[in-house]
Design a protein around this ligand. Structure first.
Ligand code: NAD
Length: 482
């Protein structure tokens, strides 16, 4: 009989700090013994990850759903399985090209030398992943790191213990610990993980924890990629088709019940259509989820703590005078922690929901009197991870894109720039440092080593001491041809 992946995980199965240190030493040694895995070895690693993902698909779906209370099956297939496989396929298709040395021009006075950038594996890479897409956000960076020829250690979130355990077992079946391993454990193991002298550390999670991770990594000068969160705006321009924009925003918000780093956090809409915007989004949500509080297609809130946090955000905004519209019936005692889409319309600036990342199915709907007010609203806050713009007016669109800075943008839809693997994915400012996906991921986990190949006909010796009149002549010639 297959193991029940939905049962709680026994604590003795979790890794200790000693396990973490042992596996790190093993990987470091393996890297020293074989610092440059061949193209074929890297393809074999990606193939193992693909096989592991496909053969454990049902276990992953069940474990994630048990961790959440309920995770819509199709959401796991789309956002975890398909996205991971699409990243792996793209890496396989492009790996030969990515591994190639890139020739760069050599200035005329240095000819006939040659100059190249030669990608090289960094060594042992650490990956810390969050609970919201616990499979994809562990495996997508792992694929990039393995493609770049590294050893990989993954530390998943303690909030998805069942998925972490299934993933640990599945990776252990396919990979030698010295190549790729999952480290499970609580916050203590997580902290020790950040203090491990990796050659690169990729962290996906909140800005608050990311700051601590960067500080811990800095003690070893370990370079970090920080994939963080923040409040991502959706701007509805006057030129937009309101219904289409509402459909897209409602989908972007309700996927994974709003527990998506790039979910729209607030909508900026022309003040004269505030009510219509809220009505249109509510209507779209009802069309997608006619029985939001009971359907298995709608995902639960991950924990009681997050459920209470979200309720509190909405309650405080209501007390401060915001209009609240709940789509679906609210039932805080629902055993699966289902929370209805809650539109929070025009709360005062001091409400907590106006400052904190929402990360759940609450959506701020805010009126703006002009394009400039929308731009100012965004620029008064930390730089967001994503920005969505809806409309037909290209001049208005370009103005918003040029005057705001966000990690990424989708125009006339939500979320999709993240799934386009050829676009780098990452934040800017408080929403993150660095990027991955596609070629950007390969480069993040490579040392892009500059190599200068001197020619046997080089004339550089003419500039060596002792300096004479001949040196001056050569120098004046070089300065003429610079
Ligand atoms: P989190 O910051 O609480 O935890 C992320 C990871 O860090 C988990 O694995 C956790 O176990 C670990 N961790 C917690 N405390 C730690 C510590 N002191 N030292 C080392 N590790 C520690 O984030 P979360 O609640 O799991 O995820 C939600 C956040 O992640 C949101 O802010 C969301 O926007 C962000 N996020 C960003 C992206 C992205 O790609 N940019 C993707 C998903 C989620």
């Amino acid at each position: 009989m297959a193991a029940d992946t939905t049962r709680p995980v026994e604590p003795e199965k979790l890794h200790t700090i000693a396990d973490l240190d042992r596996i790190f030493s093993l990987q470091k040694k393996a890297y020293r013994n074989s610092p440059y895995p061949s193209y074929e070895q890297r393809i074999a690693s990606i193939d193992k990850l693909i096989a592991m993902t496909e053969s454990n698909e049902e276990k992953f779906i069940d474990a994630i759903s048990a961790d959440f209370g309920n995770r819509a099956r199709h959401e796991t297939i789309i956002a975890e399985i398909v996205v991971t496989l699409s990243g792996a396929t793209l890496a396989k298709k492009n790996l030969k090209k990515w591994m190639r040395a890139r020739g760069v021009p050599t200035p005329v006075h240095m000819l006939p030398a040659k100059s190249k950038i030669e990608p090289q594996p960094l060594g042992v890479v650490g990956i810390i992943s969050p609970w919201n897409y616990p499979l994809q956000l562990a495996l997508a960076p792992a694929i990039a790191a393995l493609a770049a020829g590294n050893r990989v250690m993954i530390k998943p979130s303690e909030l998805t213990p069942r998925l972490s355990e299934v993933l640990r077992e599945a990776i252990a079946e396919q990979f030698d610990e010295s190549d790729c391993a999952v480290i499970t454990g609580g916050v203590e193991t997580g902290q020790a993980f950040t203090e491990t002298p990796f050659d690169h550390l990729l962290f996906t999670g909140s800005t608050a924890i990311g700051t601590r991770v960067a500080q811990a990594a800095a003690k070893n000068l370990t370079p970090v990629t920080l994939e963080l969160g923040g409040k991502s705006p959706a701007i509805i321009d006057e030129s937009a088709d309101l219904e289409k924009a509402a459909d897209s925003i409602a989908y972007g918000k309700l996927l994974n019940a709003g527990q998506t780093c790039v979910a729209p956090d607030y909508v900026l809409t022309p003040a004269n259509q505030l009510e219509q915007t809220a009505d249109a989004i509510a209507k779209s949500a009802r069309t997608m989820f006619p029985e939001m509080d009971t359907t298995a297609d709608y995902t639960s809130i991950i924990s009681d703590r997050h459920f209470a946090r979200l309720k509190e955000l909405a309650n405080e905004a209501r007390d401060l005078g915001a209009k609240i519209v709940e789509v679906g019936s609210a039932n805080a005692l629902h055993p699966q922690r289902k929370m209805p889409l809650t539109l929070v319309i025009d709360p005062p600036a001091e409400a907590a929901i106006m400052q904190e990342e929402i990360f759940g199915p609450l959506l701020l709907v805010l009126p703006v009197k002009s394009r400039n007010e929308a731009i100012e609203h965004i620029n008064d806050r930390d730089r967001p991870l994503a920005l969505y713009w809806y409309g037909d007016d290209d001049t208005a669109r370009d103005e918003v894109l040029q005057k705001t800075t966000s990690g990424g943008v989708t125009v006339n839809d939500a979320l999709w720039h993240v799934a386009q693997e050829n676009l780098p994915f990452g934040g800017v400012g408080k929403s993150g440092i660095g990027a991955y996906h596609g070629a950007a991921g390969f480069e993040t986990f490579s040392h892009m080593k500059p190599v200068f190949y001197q020619s046997k006909f080089a004339s550089g010796g003419l500039m060596r001491p002792p300096y004479t009149a001949k040196t001056d002549k050569v120098l004046s010639f070089v300065r003429k041809i610079l």
